[in-house]
Design a protein around this ligand. Structure first.
Ligand code: AVI
Length: 302
């Protein structure tokens, strides 16, 4: 509540993108991944299949695979199939339901794998159990979820992850690359309106969970390319002057005013290299798909 009130009180009204993912939001995100315009998921999946043997070569015998924000663990099987030397899978996921379902599904497919699920926010302070710390750690952070963090949060996440995974670790990070603006705009504003529904669901969630009175139909979804900050942004734009009440407070929106709900940063190899360098890591290998370009970076402690 305090977070939402603070976001609605700032001059550019803002809400954290992590609130997009209630059960309905997570289902809508999966639907986005199936739209023809949203290329990142299918491009990354194809890339992972193609480079699976290269990834396996980086993974030591008996390693623990630690996945950050694992969700449905959809891409994990590609790595597990290619690297049977992995002994332990550690999914870190804030949604208990998603975590339980993913572990149940993977346990059937990989009966000899050890599972150490951790229910928690991957951007927070994390500790690995002793049984996992004794193993070589391979971090896995696919999906370009790193792009949803602010640059300071990206750096903090990578610095913390370096401490968490230890000196001999490898970190595999998926990152969406800079590309032509029409492709980006279409990916974040699909013709069927799934992304618009995903964005508006945030207001429905605030109404339901915090007792606000947002008129959902009075806001339209807008995807914007911010060239200076190299990111796609999602906004909800007020269609007319209006007030919203929440927790006994009144928030005014003027016509055309936006509520900023998500950033999705896009990278070049140089910008990712610089991010890694200021966060204690270095790129040892990188793979980039043909257009629309999506990258997988293998990092080791610098
Ligand atoms: C989860 N994340 C990487 C997605 C992205 O592309 O930034 C979330 C998303 N937002 C709109 N469409 C997809």
């Amino acid at each position: 509540m305090a977070d939402v009130v603070a976001g609605l009180s700032s001059p550019q009204k803002t809400l954290s993108p992590k609130y997009l993912y209630d059960a309905r939001g997570s289902a809508l995100f999966e639907e986005i991944c199936r739209t023809p315009e949203y290329y990142p998921t299918r491009t990354e999946t194809a890339l992972l299949r193609e480079i699976a043997a290269d990834l396996s070569a980086l993974i030591p015998k008996g390693a623990a695979l630690i996945e950050f924000g694992s969700g449905a663990s959809d891409k994990t099987a590609i790595v597990l199939d290619a690297a049977p030397q992995i002994s332990t899978y550690v999914p870190i996921e804030i949604s208990h339901d998603a975590l339980d379902q993913a572990v149940a599904r993977l346990a059937q497919r990989y009966p000899s794998l050890d599972f150490v699920p951790i229910a928690g926010d991957f951007t927070g302070e994390l500790r690995l159990p002793e049984s996992v710390r004794a193993k070589s750690a391979v971090g896995f952070f696919p999906g370009s979820t790193i792009g949803n963090l602010d640059p300071a949060e990206m750096q903090q996440f990578l610095l913390r992850t370096r401490v968490l995974l230890g000196e001999d670790s490898v970190l595999l990070v998926g990152a969406d690359m800079l590309k032509d603006v029409p492709t980006l705009l279409a990916a974040y504003d699909d013709a069927a309106g799934v992304t618009a529904g995903f964005n508006r669901n945030l207001l429905e969630r605030i109404n339901r969970e915090l007792g606000a009175d947002f008129d959902i139909q009075a806001f339209r979804h807008e995807a914007r390319w911010n060239a200076g900050l190299q990111r796609m942004e999602m906004h909800l734009v007020s269609l007319h002057d209006q007030h919203v009440t929440l927790g006994g407070m009144r928030f005014s929106f003027s016509q055309g005013e936006s509520l900023h709900t998500e950033n999705s940063h896009k990278f070049s190899t140089d910008s990712f290299d610089a991010l890694a360098a200021r966060s204690g890591w270095q790129i040892v290998q990188q793979w980039i798909s043909p257009a629309p370009q999506f990258a997988m970076f293998a990092l080791v402690p610098a």
